[in-house]
Design a protein around this ligand. Structure first.
Ligand SMILES: [Zn+2]
Length: 129
């Protein structure tokens, strides 16, 4: 377990991963500037404030960018998702062909816990724009 010497207890990455294991998708909100942020950090990138609280994410988002990664075993997509809360994160849109992921597509978060907890997205309403 990684800890930061300035804080007692688990670091933000551990908190996030523990929540994911319990199938909860948490993001941080800055009490100073009220912005939501991701990835987990000790200070707010927008204002430098360190008063960050964990809140449950809505799980709703929109694809900001998507790229298809081709490997011998098959292809998959890597997507940047703009969450409804305003934070942007890198993930994968599952459940449809990697080429079918479109910018502006509405997506919903889904947590898979096996073999390792992972946050994925799938197209909301089957990906209809
Ligand atoms: Zn802030």
């Amino acid at each position: 377990m990684s800890t930061d010497s300035r804080f007692d207890g688990p670091g933000p990455d551990d908190v996030w991963r523990d929540a994911l294991r319990q199938e909860r998708f948490l993001i941080q909100r800055c009490r100073n500037c009220e912005r939501h942020r991701f990835p987990p950090a000790l200070v707010c990138a927008a204002c430098g404030g360190s008063d960050l609280v964990w809140v449950e994410a809505s799980g709703r988002g929109v694809v900001y960018a998507s790229t298809v990664v081709r490997e011998r075993e098959g292809s998959y997509n890597v997507a940047l998702i703009d969450l409804a809360e305003g934070a942007r994160l890198m993930s994968r849109v599952d459940g449809l062909a990697p080429e079918a992921v479109r910018i502006g597509m509405s997506v919903t978060a889904r947590i898979e816990t096996a073999p390792e907890p992972i946050l994925l997205f799938h197209a909301t309403d089957g990906g209809v724009l």
